[in-house]
Design a protein around this ligand. Structure first.
Ligand code: NAD
Length: 458
């Protein structure tokens, strides 16, 4: 296995060294090919996603394929501009000269991804990596085994292994890959594995991006539009059965409006999934028995306000709301990553902010409030990866926004221009003319020369 992985990486290194991946034309050809391949094989991917997560084609298109298509479309449209060397000022100190920033690909990129959006989280970073002129090896998650297989089948049959290749497997394969001398590693997964990846990258001093997770809070202030808040929270929390890294993990709700909000959430759930969400076309399943059991154990039956029904055979957990919850409860000790929504109440916003700040910096934070000063206060006082005011999740869908976490929730960003930037090294160049050279920079150092330098440099 090890030799095989090594051989594929060697092929990719050889291709990269030959400079073939560098022309923008070559990169655009790969992106067009990838898009055409996905388009032609949508049904293969839909089948795989259904087998892994019971994800229906509507949701698969909305949350996976459409995002890849629009990323490729934007990238092809903008790539010439992004990849062009940028001229910047040189300052008097470099007179007579010009200065440039030249984006260059790192080389051979490893992408390790996860199972919750297994197509999108494998291919979206690959789009940026290819756009920047790199080669790519993707290791999808073994937990979404059918999708992993479908990706391997599609990519490995249609792309030369020296450009892009999928290696299937789990921890063993990922660990073997992490020992190889890649030029860049992009990892999506848990903070726990993120630390292992960072250690492995340190051995080769390989640059990395870590897209991790954590508990993303949603604050609902007393002045929020509760009907709209409930609608959006229900959509974002129970999409993919809560198995989204940026799903609202828990609600922090002002005590004066809690009961009203719970009623709105119940009405909204009934209206989109009906009285028995198990029969709803649009409500998907938990990925595997391990996660089902983990989630089942987090449901405290004394605190169920909505839902709480489970079916092990079906790996089904109904949309569930728990209340009252406090920060010491078991459900508040780890990222939920499932369709369970705990509610914590607060009386003062300062207390809520303090509680969030005592914890690791979240990947996402959402605030429902119509008061500008409250919006400004929350945005200013709390550090988090990204988020939304009066909505959830939708910042992910705007490829003009960088996506990523901070500290425990990740490092580095991607999407659109930011993906291209992350997979590029920006090389700084000063180009000099030969007709003048400042004599005063050379020894012997005199007070006269120092006077000139001080004048120039201020
Ligand atoms: P995970 O860390 O267990 O697995 C992710 C990947 O790492 C898989 O491909 C797996 O094979 C590999 N892996 C696991 N253990 C490894 C090890 N010891 N050494 C090397 N590789 C290893 O995570 P998961 O359970 O698959 O995913 C859930 C987590 O991912 C959640 O925390 C979630 O928030 C996060 N996530 C983040 C984003 C994001 O964009 N920030 C997106 C989706 C999920």
């Amino acid at each position: 296995m090890k030799n095989n992985f090594k051989a594929i990486l060697s092929k990719q290194a050889e291709l990269f060294q030959s400079n073939q991946t560098k022309p923008v034309k070559f990169r655009i050809e790969q992106l067009k090919k990838l898009k055409a391949l996905i388009k032609k094989n949508e049904s293969l991917l839909y089948d795989a996603l259904y087998k892994d997560l019971k994800k229906k084609s509507f949701e698969a298109y909305e949350t996976e394929l459409s995002i890849i298509y629009s990323e490729i479309k934007l990238t092809i449209r903008k790539l010439h501009g992004w990849a062009k060397p940028k001229r910047v000022g040189s300052g008097l100190i470099n007179f007579p000269g010009k200065s440039f920033i030249i984006p260059e690909p790192f080389g051979n990129v490893l992408i390790i991804s996860t199972w919750n959006y297994p197509v999108q989280l494998s291919l979206l970073p690959a789009v940026s990596a290819l756009a920047a002129g790199n080669t790519v090896i993707i290791k999808p998650s073994e937990a979404a085994i059918n999708t992993s297989r479908a990706l391997a089948l599609l990519i490995n049959k249609n792309f030369d292994a020296s450009i892009m290749h999928v290696i299937e497997g789990g921890i063993e394969e990922a660990s073997t890959l992490l020992k190889l001398p890649f030029n860049f590693i992009f990892f999506t997964g848990s903070p726990k594995t993120g630390k292992i990846v960072m250690h492995a990258a340190a051995d080769n001093l390989t640059p990395i991006i870590l897209e991790l997770g954590g508990k993303s809070p949603t604050i609902v202030e007393a002045d929020a539009n509760l009907k709209m808040a409930a609608k959006r929270i229900v959509w974002g929390k129970f999409l993919n059965a809560g198995q989204s890294c940026i799903a609202p993990d828990y609600l922090l709700v002002h005590s004066s409006i809690k009961e009203k909000l719970i009623k709105e959430i119940k009405d909204q759930l009934d209206s989109i999934h009906g009285y028995n969400p198990m029969e709803s076309e649009a409500f998907i399943r938990i990925i595997n028995a391990h996660h089902f059991e983990r989630l089942d154990n987090l449901i405290d039956s004394n605190k169920v306000r909505i839902g709480g029904r489970t079916c092990q055979n079906e790996l089904y957990i109904s949309p569930t709301v728990l209340d009252p919850i406090n920060f010491d409860d078991e459900i508040m000790q780890e990222e939920i990553f499932g369709p369970i929504l705990p509610i914590i109440t607060y009386d003062t916003l300062d207390w809520a902010i303090e509680k969030i700040k005592e914890r690791p910096k979240p990947l996402a934070l959402y605030l429902f409030s119509n008061t500008k000063s409250i919006q400004q206060k929350v945005m200013q006082e709390i550090s988090f990866g990204g988020g939304a005011i009066n909505d959830v999740i939708m910042h992910f869908a705007n490829s003009r926004l960088p996506f990523g976490g901070v500290e425990q929730s990740g490092m580095g960003t991607y999407h659109g221009k930011y993906g291209f930037k992350s997979f590029s090294h920006y090389k700084s160049i000063v180009k000099k003319q030969n007709w003048f050279e400042p004599w005063f920079k050379y020894p012997p150092y005199t007070s006269g020369k120092l006077g000139i330098i001080k004048k120039i440099l201020g």
